[in-house]
Design a protein around this ligand. Structure first.
Ligand SMILES: O=C(O)CCC(=O)CC(=O)O
Length: 385
């Protein structure tokens, strides 16, 4: 079930849209520093997740795809097509889902103090129980204790009190439902699907999603730009408002410049192509392109990679297996050799290649699979297995 979200919108609606998605227990006021600083250059849309701030609350467990669905509904209502997504923690999980499953709606992605999996899951289930029994207010001090470094909290008790009040105002159902969304969320397999230019920012003293967790997240996303800000705890966008805003602003500007020179579809496709085939192969193909072949390069980048490989219905691993089987069956040795090598470089187990080629032998003929085994053997030797 979709829920109508409260939001505020600032800046120029004709400028690129920036969508701000906050943490568990926050409302859109947590983005005040970024709203003020980004609205002169952007169309800034700051959102309250369901059950948070002024958005409607729903009882029961939420899921990250549902929270993302709420956001997509809001963007559709506003007539906003693609956005620069900026998400912190829970908002970052929603951002990851949008970038992996609706890549055409995400012009760039900024992930702050978040994770691809929030472990241990049981802590979120326990926290949901506590909140439903005793109210969010009962844990608000403890939560905000992780949002700012001890130094900042000591220097600015009023800031702490404002944020404790923000957490306490979150509905019990909204907080508990979102805890359950975090418990179930596991975006690790989706990271390789993310093709939006991605900026990842950690707080050096964040106890909830520490820099090591953020580094792993950044390493899972092709070409992600990773920064650790010190000092900074879980709400690094508040403690390091100036640096965070400057990084986001530069990231958005860079992503927009890329978009000026390439159509969005080619850009999405190019990132997908690089994440599946590897930079070395794509760089080689692009450097060999001529005025005669460039239209074909753009065509396959836009269609095969931007339209089909980017579709959310099948994961990349399944698409690789299908591609290997089809290329074996039709006997296209050149493409098959390329996909075997790309699959091995991406970590596919050679035992899976054996199964694909045996399976194809049954349905499409022994000679083609015989050739596939020979290509696989050579690729394994060349790649040093
Ligand atoms: O309250 C915490 O311990 C951190 C909460 C968290 O990681 C999820 C969020 O802030 O959205």
């Amino acid at each position: 079930m979709m829920t109508s979200l409260a939001y505020e919108r600032h800046g120029d609606p004709a400028a690129p849209s920036v969508l701000l998605l906050g943490s568990l227990g926050s409302d859109r006021r947590m983005w005040s520093p970024q709203i003020v600083a980004l609205s002169p250059i952007a169309d800034v849309i700051a959102v309250d997740h369901r059950g948070h701030g002024e958005s409607d609350s729903v009882a029961g467990a939420y899921t990250v795809p549902e929270l993302a669905g709420d956001v997509l509904t809001l963007l559709d209502e506003l007539g906003v097509d693609a956005v620069h997504v900026v998400g912190l923690s829970l908002g970052g999980a929603v951002g990851q889902w949008l970038a992996a499953h609706r890549p055409e709606r995400v012009r760039s992605l900024t992930l702050l103090c978040t994770a691809a999996v929030f472990e241990p899951a049981q802590q979120w289930r326990d926290r949901a129980e506590t909140v439903l029994a005793d109210g969010v207010g009962s844990i608000a001090d403890q939560i905000v204790g992780r949002w700012f470094t001890a130094d900042l909290a000591q220097r600015d008790p009023e800031l702490v009190q404002r944020h404790v009040a923000m957490v306490s105002a979150t509905s019990n159902d909204g907080y508990a439902g979102s805890c359950r969304a975090l418990a179930e969320f596991d975006g690790r397999a989706d990271l390789a699907r993310i093709v939006a230019p991605t900026l990842v920012i950690a707080g050096a003293q964040d106890p909830a999603t520490p820099p090591e967790t953020m580094r792993e997240l950044a390493e899972g996303i092709a070409d992600a730009d990773f920064h650790v800000l010190d000092p900074g705890a879980h709400l690094v966008n508040v403690e390091q408002a100036g640096r965070v805003t400057a990084l986001i602003r530069a990231h958005i500007t860079r992503s927009e410049q890329v978009g000026v020179y390439r159509s969005a579809a080619v850009e999405v496709g190019m990132r997908m192509r690089r994440s599946v085939l590897g930079d070395a192969h794509v760089d080689r193909a692009m450097s060999q392109a001529t005025a005669f072949t460039q239209p074909f390069q753009d065509f396959i980048t836009r269609t095969a990679w931007g339209d089909i490989w980017a579709r959310p219905g099948l994961d990349h691993h399944t698409r690789r297996l299908l591609t290997l089987a089809i290329l074996t069956a039709v006997g296209n040795e050149h493409e098959l050799d390329m996909h075997i090598r790309a699959a091995l470089r991406a970590g596919m187990d050679p035992d899976e290649l054996i199964e694909v080629f045996l399976h194809t032998a049954v349905y499409a003929g022994v000679p083609n699979s015989n050739r596939a085994f020979a290509l696989g053997k050579q690729a394994l030797a060349d790649l040093g297995d």
